[in-house]
Design a protein around this ligand. Sequence first.
Ligand code: VGL
Ligand code: ZN
Length: 234
Amino acid sequence: MLSYLGLFLELLLFAFTSNLSGRTQQNDGRALLIIDVQRDFSAKGSLAVPGGEQVASVFNNLRDKVKFNRVFLTKDWHPHNHVSFARTHNATQFTEITLPNGKKQMMWPVHCIQNSMGAGFVEDLKVLSSDRIVYKGTNVNVDSYSGFFDNDGKSQTDLDQQLKKFGIKSLYIGGLALDVCVTYTCLDAIKLGYETFLILDASRGLGEAQNKEAINKLKNAGVKIINSIDLINQ
Ligand code: VGL
Ligand code: ZN
């Protein structure tokens, strides 16, 4: 009888301590942010980013070799008549218009409509059930490039709150498109006080000139530019 009680107490102690050590591990503070690795941003997509689908294997390999405390994936997630679509205004794609509220808005091809095939993750991208998905661009009247704030800076996703809750201090960010959503997310991350790394080889942009400009902007803002191999070899 006594030994049963002993065994029970030992099991209880084991459960308690393993839970505690699990918790300290979570608090090491590194998160991976995978930005908009969606079909519409792949080479075959409606808003094609050259080589966009190639980042999936870079992320998969990185996740096999490096332990992150948390992994977040953003999804651009627009209503069918979103303010950023050229079709909505009968405007020309890839030109900038001024909205009735005075704000400038780039006219994009229709992309990432909520629940559509194109809004799905690129086929080979590894997504685990423990990953968290952050939806953005859901407000029909406001575009949202960053995973944190919409382009007006007025409303925010729960990303910052989640990162704080899990004690995350450093963010490793990559995805699509380097010069748009990845850049906006990195700049907000810096403003919010995170140590911010851009994983360059896990990112693709809309063009060479745009990529160069984005990298310079990020460097000047204090973002550290790395490649996945640097993390793997750490
Ligand atoms: C994006 C343009 C429009 C992106 C999203 O994910 O970079 N670009 N919507
Ligand atoms: Zn979009």
